[in-house]
Design a protein. Structure first.
Length: 304
């Protein structure tokens, strides 16, 4: 391995805390990765990594060397990005993580347009509702709904998605239809919590110009967006979701909107990426493209 490849490998071993995962990511045999780091340590005359049966951690020297290496690699990326030809024709693998409904209902239906614009970019897309560690997992950027909580990432707001409170006809027939947000506390709701944190999400309504939160009681709580809608369809209670996710069910009468006169402020959706990826031509190309995509679907958002 040449010196630059070894630096890339060392940085990813530190970030992933694993020789095996870093070697797999770079399509290297584990033995080749181990030899490369031993050779690097011998050349520097310093031990960089502490190896245990469970994980790999940098030594004090290794942590300092990692910080310098990471900065060097960022500078190299910046130098590449400064080339007009590369910036205009980005190439390489772009790793994305998208919530399921954003992947299947917004991004992927238009992905051939992205391919036509940037034919040299290869996409690797993971999907789910869990929070990912972008640096440790090697993800370039993610699309997430809600207010970003990780201040270590750059967040660009894409849209405010209109939300709807709804329930099945069977539920409303049994429990009645709320006629004012204050009546929500008398109703059952399907609960939703984050997969990684015990965070519950209240309903929001705009009452007399003020956004208010309501937490109706319920007997079932889920952490998956598809399960959330399925519970509502089966009469388990009220839900509040972005309208685009349940438009077919609303049109078919399988779900009924309630409290439409007290619509909430909308659910923010953002694209997030690490600071060291902000000058990557691949990331910039995707961020610009997906900003236009969400702008066409939900209206342009200019406040962030």
């Amino acid at each position: 391995m040449d010196r630059l490849d070894t630096l890339h490998l060392f940085v990813r071993i530190v970030e992933l805390c694993s020789f095996t995962r870093a070697a797999d990511e770079r399509n290297l045999p584990r033995a080749t990765a181990t030899l490369a780091i031993k050779t690097l340590e011998a050349r520097l005359g310093a031990r960089l990594l502490e190896r245990t049966t469970r994980q790999v951690r940098p030594t004090l020297d290794g942590q300092a060397y990692y910080e310098r290496c990471k900065q060097i690699l960022i500078e190299l990326d910046d130098a590449d990005a400064s080339l007009t030809a590369l910036a205009g024709n980005p190439r390489g693998i772009l790793r994305l993580d998208l919530h399921g409904s954003h992947a299947t209902r917004i991004v992927l239906p238009s992905i051939q347009d992205f391919r036509a614009r940037y034919p040299e970019i290869e996409l690797a897309i993971s999907s789910g509702d869990r929070l990912v560690d972008l640096v440790r997992e090697g993800i370039d950027c993610v699309i997430r709904a809600g207010t970003p909580r990780d201040s270590s990432l750059i967040a660009k707001r894409l849209a405010l998605m209109p939300e709807v409170i709804c329930a099945s006809p069977a539920y409303l027939a049994q429990y009645g239809t709320p006629l004012h947000p204050d009546q929500l506390n008398q109703h059952q709701a399907v609960g939703f919590f984050s997969s990684n944190h015990d965070i519950r999400y209240p309903f929001t309504c705009t009452v007399d110009g003020e956004v208010k939160e309501y937490e109706p009681q319920g007997w079932i709580t889920v952490n998956d967006a598809e399960c959330y809608a399925t519970c509502a369809l089966n009469g388990c209670g009220l839900i509040q979701v972005p309208r685009f996710r349940v438009e077919p069910q609303l049109a078919a009468g399988e779900l009924i909107e309630v409290l439409g006169d007290w619509a909430g402020p909308g659910l923010p959706v953002s694209v997030l990426y690490p600071y060291h990826r902000q000058r990557s031509p691949r990331v910039k190309a995707f961020v610009d493209w997906v900003t236009d995509l969400y702008g066409e679907r939900f209206g342009l958002y200019n406040s962030m």
